[in-house]
Design a protein around this ligand. Structure first.
Ligand SMILES: *Cc1c(COP(=O)(O)O)cnc(C)c1O
Length: 482
């Protein structure tokens, strides 16, 4: 399988394969990588896949996108990644061996696809754990090393650290805003004692941390000398890994392959739902992909109006579903590439406007009319909606959900009546409630449920370097630790 860039120039080698783009971020022309074509899944394959375990299904799907790793090695990587031990935080009554169990709120009609049973209790573990094993495999093969530099406001950083801890050839330098994460999130990250994991708490905001990462990455000499890499959400391997659970959820929610399913996805950077779009393009029988945002409704606005209007930092709200507090959706370009008929010139010209701080409007173009072909719907929610949804789901279904999943459920309840009665709707559960305890207390006046193995995590010794938001200081820290 060859990869292309959404803006037309995929760089050197001219036709990169999976391993060529695994460790990189953007394509050299500023676009995002996508497979040259989406592999099509036949009815016979769907029938054969229905009974596979998660690891087997991951291998069956990923081997269509990854043709430059020998099959036996890729199989071993999938088997090692998707184990009941790693994804051990399933709710009582759900089987961790399913990796992504479905929990029905209304049997056969409305369910949660549990994606947050991994080590850091958020769906990012689903892809990041695979990424850790793929990085180690490729670096070992090539005798290379990488220093991953990132900024996090919570979920991404911890998922990356738990995926990369103890891996050969990989070091992680993760910047976080000092004192701005929850006590639980701090404990998750800073209690790691692995030699290859470095936490840097910057005395500033998340944006300051992000700016430092950008400044270091723009110093091309430093970046090359110290082999600086990233694991952000535009990484193609993360999107590819996420395709798997759309298939798994479909098989769990339906009785046979004549049925259709719908998914509702709490969205920020359009990474998770982009994988759903690709699963549908591959032939998965998806009736509807419902996108849910919080008050940061850039994407809801697009699917309602055809206008994509990224926000300024000052227009980006701090909400109680913080992992969706984005000003622009970094994976959205992948979908737009398909929407405009896979024409890289059109994408490049649209993003010329976006990258210059502007917006684009498709309403008067033929592309707008094609939006219907992709079966999207959307909605948004507010803090008051989240509180009401958390209360309703707890009262009606005895299930405690986190704030992001609540954004999804709020929109799912709105959309459910318009779905045919034989189409089950799965809401993707993107985090467990314990990660966002403050809002759970506000909604339910009680502490969130906490997996037993994470009891008292806040009291473990922590390892973190507190630093002023200074690019040179961060560079010096990296130099001293490689
Ligand atoms: C990252 C994240 C999201 C948003 O996912 P995208 O792929 O950026 O759309 C939603 N919920 C939680 C809990 C997350 O960590």
């Amino acid at each position: 399988m060859k990869y292309i860039s959404t803006r037309g120039h995929a760089g050197q080698p001219a036709n990169p394969q999976f391993c060529d783009i695994l460790l990189g971020g953007l394509a050299p022309d500023g676009g995002l990588y996508l497979p040259e074509t989406y592999p099509q899944v036949t009815r016979a394959e769907l029938d054969a896949w229905r009974s596979l375990s998660y690891a087997e299904l991951a291998f069956a799907i990923l081997s269509k996108f990854i043709t430059d790793i020998p099959a036996a090695d890729l199989k071993a990587i999938c088997d090692k990644t998707y184990t009941a031990d790693t994804y051990r935080h399933a709710r009582a009554g759900d089987d961790p061996a399913d990796i992504t169990p479905v929990r029905w709120l209304e049997q056969g009609r409305l369910g949660l696809l549990e994606l947050s049973n991994g080590p850091t209790l958020a769906f990012k573990d689903m892809a990041m754990q695979l990424l850790g094993n793929l990085f180690e495999y490729v670096l070992d093969k090539r005798g290379e090393t990488i220093n991953i530099l990132g900024a996090t406001s919570g979920d991404t950083g911890s998922a990356a650290e738990y995926a990369m801890r103890g891996k050969h050839g990989v070091r992680v330098f993760m910047l976080s805003p000092h004192g701005k994460m929850s006590a639980f999130q701090r404990a998750q990250m800073y209690s790691l004692q692995d030699d290859n994991i470095h936490n840097i708490a910057v005395t500033g905001m998340f944006d300051d941390a992000q700016d430092i990462v950008k400044a270091v990455s723009n110093d091309h000499a430093f970046k090359a000398k110290y082999k600086i890499g990233a694991v952000n959400s535009i990484n193609w391997a993360r999107v590819a890994a996420q395709i798997v659970y759309y298939f798994k959820g479909y098989f769990a929610a339906t009785g046979n392959n004549d049925q259709q399913v719908a998914f509702c996805v709490p969205s920020g950077n359009f990474g998770n739902i982009c994988a759903g779009h690709i699963a549908r393009q591959m032939g998965l029988p998806v009736a509807k992909l419902i996108l849910a945002t919080n008050e940061n409704d850039v994407l809801d606005e697009f699917f309602r109006s055809g206008i994509y209007r990224p926000r300024k930092t000052a227009e980006t709200y701090v909400t109680s579903s913080p992992s969706m507090d984005i000003s622009k959706a970094s994976n959205f370009e992948r979908f737009v590439y398909d929407l405009v008929g896979r024409n890289p010139e059109i994408v490049a010209s649209l993003w010329k406007q976006v990258d210059a701080g502007g917006a684009f409007d498709l309403t008067s173009t033929p592309h707008f009319g094609r939006l219907g072909d992709f079966a999207f719907a959307s909605g948004r929610s507010t803090h008051a909606d989240r509180l009401a949804t958390i209360r309703k789901v707890y009262a009606d279904y005895a299930t405690m959900v986190d704030t992001h999943t609540a954004d999804g459920l709020k929109v799912a309840f709105e959309q459910l009546p318009s779905l045919p009665a034989d189409v089950p709707l799965l809401v993707l559960e993107t985090a467990l409630p314990v990660k966002f305890a403050e809002t759970i207390r506000e909604a339910l006046d009680q502490e969130p449920e906490r997996p037993a193995d994470l009891a008292g995590i806040e009291t473990l010794p922590q390892r973190v370097e507190v630093m002023a938001p200074d690019v040179e200081a961060v560079k010096a820290f990296i130099v001293a630790h490689v």
